[in-house]
Design a protein. Sequence first.
Length: 199
Amino acid sequence: MPKILSEVEIADFRERLCEAATKLFAERGREGFTMRELAGELGVSPMTPYRYFRDKDAILAAVRARAFDRFAEELETAFAKPGNAATKSLAVCDGYVHFALSESAAYRLMFDIVQPDECDYPDLVRALTRARATMTDHVRGLVKEKILEGDANLIGHVFWSALHGMVMLELSGKLAPDCDFETIRRESFRALVEGFRAK
């Protein structure tokens, strides 16, 4: 008969399982490993992961939801720092880059893998919605302070798209040796700010 676990023990094991799965998903992709291999990584019986998650897609959804929450938390913390809208916006951008480069495996799983049934995982939908909000909230301040002009949601997505593209080029080692990431980031945002600057 299986041991009855406390809520703390269950949460701890789910966290360990998600950490091991993050590593395997990042190394091998969505279909690159079995639940049995995941159990082997954790040193538990092949059926143990099924006590916590229905299947591998449920684990992937949980891994991605956790990553989106950590990402959003980093950006929310940056946004909460004192200062004007421009200072806060720069802090959010710095937080984004810090998360993407320091948690590159999680970042790739957030954006490289698409789950067709994402809407079946409410926690993932909630975390993704939270993360998306962090990419537009700081722009609202820039529009409110009349630094930028236009639809804050659209401008936020334009900035996000540019930043994501830069980060992915950096993570994949595709930037030319004479193209420094920070220089590209600075010049890209200078051009974007000029394009959206309030008249």
